[in-house]
Design a protein around this ligand. Structure first.
Ligand code: GDP
Ligand code: MG
Length: 288
């Protein structure tokens, strides 16, 4: 069970006196519960439309309809050594923490990882990543605040190539309020990555703050227009009742959700599996 879903939904159930017994639920209550979980209004209406036209909804029918939303698979990536990942997103979304989580995951799979502290905009960001690298005993390439992030990316990839590392993960700064600069910066980082190693970056991942619910979608779209994304990681789903926004995120961006973040620790990263997510949501709706 994904607890973040249960938390939000049990509140709704408690506050309502509508029919809900075992394997069936009234359409009105279902609608209410999906909205409460921050499934967007548009998608709730659509789900209701695709359900059988009876007043009471069966669990299996709901599962079937909800599962149709996560159809976007990750494009097949050619194996590459090193495999370079660019982590994008606005300030505070959870990028640096997610870089550490991913690095830890790869390390546990016996892969060698080098981190690139390309968020040179804030001194705190470099230090934060340096501390993670120390804790996880990982190599890191960094420079000082204000330096060119592309240079850091170039050095990290070159080092990984020279030393035969399996992975490079590049943390970045996300100043969406200054789109023009960000655009130029991301374009340059991409270009320099490719210069350091042809084909890099191999995966561009957007980190989205899950507590923003559906409000994060516009932001995500803006990033996807700046740089073609390969997938999304949604963070902070441990502290929110807005887990239902994942439906609209997947649908609107037509991108796969790769992982979800459920805490501040390095282990708090879950591989996103649509079926488990839908099962959890449906179970929370049908059990009190
Ligand atoms: N509860 C929770 N907090 C998170 C999660 N991911 C990141 N954070 C916290 O969110 C804050 C911002 O994260 P950070 O990685 O610095 O964001 P960045 O600015 O995008 O690099 C930090 O306090 C993190 O500990 C998560 O999955 N759950
Ligand atoms: Mg950061």
């Amino acid at each position: 069970m994904l607890d973040f879903l249960k938390k939000g939904l049990s509140k709704t159930v408690a506050s309502m006196n509508l029919i809900k017994k075992g394997e069936k639920i009234s359409k009105d209550l279902l609608e209410e519960m999906l909205l409460e979980a921050d499934v967007s209004y548009e998608i709730v209406e659509e789900v209701i439309y695709y359900l059988p036209p009876s007043k009471e909804i069966k669990k299996e029918d709901l599962k079937r309809v909800l599962n149709t939303y996560f159809i976007y698979e990750e494009a097949a990536t050619k194996p590459s050594k090193p495999f370079v990942e660019l982590i994008l997103g606005v300030n505070g979304a959870g990028k640096t923490t997610t870089v550490a989580k991913l690095a830890n995951l790869y390390k546990n799979q016996a892969q060698t990882v080098i981190l690139g502290a390309c968020d040179t905009f804030r001194a705190g960001a470099i230090e934060q990543l340096r501390l993670w690298a120390k804790k996880l005993e990982l190599e890191i390439v960094l420079s000082s605040q204000g330096h060119d992030p592309s240079a850091v990316a170039f050095d990290a990839i070159s080092k990984a190539v020279a030393k035969g590392f399996d992975r490079v993960i590049l943390d970045t700064a996300g100043r969406l309020q200054n789109q023009k600069n960000l655009n130029a910066e991301l374009e340059k980082i991409s270009r320099i990555c490719d210069k350091a190693m042809q084909g890099a970056p191999h995966r561009k991942i957007l980190v989205l703050d899950g507590t923003q619910g559906n409000a994060g979608i516009l932001q995500a779209k803006a990033f996807n227009e700046l740089i073609k994304l390969d997938g999304i990681i949604i963070t902070k789903l441990d502290g929110t009742a807005k887990g239902g926004a994942l439906f609209s995120v997947a649908r609107e961006l037509e991108l796969p959700i790769l992982f979800i973040g459920v805490g501040e620790g390095v282990e708090d990263l879950i591989h996103f599996k649509a079926e488990d997510y839908v099962n959890s949501l449906v179970s929370s709706i049908f059990t009190e």
